[in-house]
Design a binder for this molecule. Structure first.
Ligand code: HXC
Length: 272
């Protein structure tokens, strides 16, 4: 594993789920991290957990839908850590709704968080990198339905598609500044937020699992590990890419019979 000693990152949505695991992963590799989220309690909890292993995490409370949150996070990061090397944009909002029943405000809430919030942070961090002529890396968490589409999540799918296209555009524009811009597309990941929003009942949970050839959820830690990889020099020639880590979920559906269906249990387990 490459050391991130001396590196400084901002992680949005870092109080919970994949964002939280990413903060702890980066800290475990020696980085300092500013964590951004709406609720103070999860932020305090991640600060405390990081501190217990000697990690330095700064909490900035705010809503990613407000561009001022991004500017404040950058300013406070510079004051506390003296520079910035990159960003993981992990803040998300989602719920399942038939498109025809989705209110305009429901559409707006999700698009504001996912697309606009990502832009506010990506642009604020990149402007700072460009100003200080410092190379950097940006990773935004998306989902494979950004290109497959998915019934019930039109707001999130459209917003994530915007993030993917934004990423590819910025990767080409900002390569000249030494800024790499990529996406990471996890499949169903065992987090409280996604569970509550997308597979709240046992039936929904089983149906999600049935759609994954590996027949398991991702852990937040294994996705965080990939976010860290995408920030590292081990991917120094990778930009404008989407790394998919979905246990094969987006590859297709079982059509030709049980003979080729993966068995239940530990298929694809990390430890297998
Ligand atoms: C229908 C809903 C709804 C629901 C909210 N709304 N939840 N409509 N079904 N379940 C509507 C509200 O009625 C309102 O519209 C509008 O959305 C805004 O809702 P608010 O609660 O006022 O907004 P806010 O408090 O800002 O909440 C934003 C949110 C919320 C997105 C709706 O769920 C949130 O903050 N979530 C953050 C955490 C989260 O969702 N994490 C999951 C990410 S998982 P009206 O018209 O009534 O005013 C993920 C994984 C994807 O993204 C990949 C999977 C493979």
């Amino acid at each position: 594993m490459t050391s991130k000693a001396g590196k400084v990152y901002i992680v949005t949505g870092g109080g919970t789920g994949i964002g939280r695991a990413t903060v702890l992963q980066l800290v475990s590799e020696g980085a300092s991290v500013t964590v951004v989220g709406r609720r103070l309690e999860p932020l305090d909890s991640v600060v405390t957990e990081a501190a217990s292993s000697g990690g330095d995490v700064l909490a900035v409370q705010g809503d990613v839908r407000d561009p001022a949150t991004a500017h404040t996070a950058v300013e406070r990061t510079l004051e506390r850590f003296g520079g910035i090397d990159g960003l993981v944009s992990s803040a998300a909002g989602n719920f399942v709704s038939p498109a025809e029943k989705l209110s305009d405000n429901g559409w707006k809430a999700v698009v504001d968080i996912v697309l606009n919030g990502t832009w506010y942070f990506v642009s604020a961090v990149a402007r700072e990198l460009i100003r200080t002529e410092r190379p950097g890396a940006i990773v935004s968490i998306v989902a494979t339905y950004a290109w497959t589409g998915h019934p019930g999540t039109v707001h999130s799918a459209a917003a994530k598609a915007g993030v993917v296209t934004m990423t590819r555009t910025l990767a080409a524009e900002w390569a000249r500044y030494g800024i790499r811009v990529n996406c990471l597309a996890p499949g169903p990941t065992e987090t409280e937020g996604a569970g509550a929003a997308l597979w709240a009942t046992q039936g929904q949970r089983e149906s999600v699992l049935a759609s994954v050839p590996m027949r398991r959820f991702a852990s937040p830690e294994e996705i965080a590990d990939l976010a860290s990889l995408m920030l590292s020099d081990r991917t120094s020639y990778v930009t404008g890419e989407v790394l998919t880590a979905d246990g094969g979920q987006s590859l297709g559906r079982q059509i030709y019979g049980e003979a080729v269906a993966p068995s239940a249990g530990r298929a694809g387990s990390r430890d297998a």
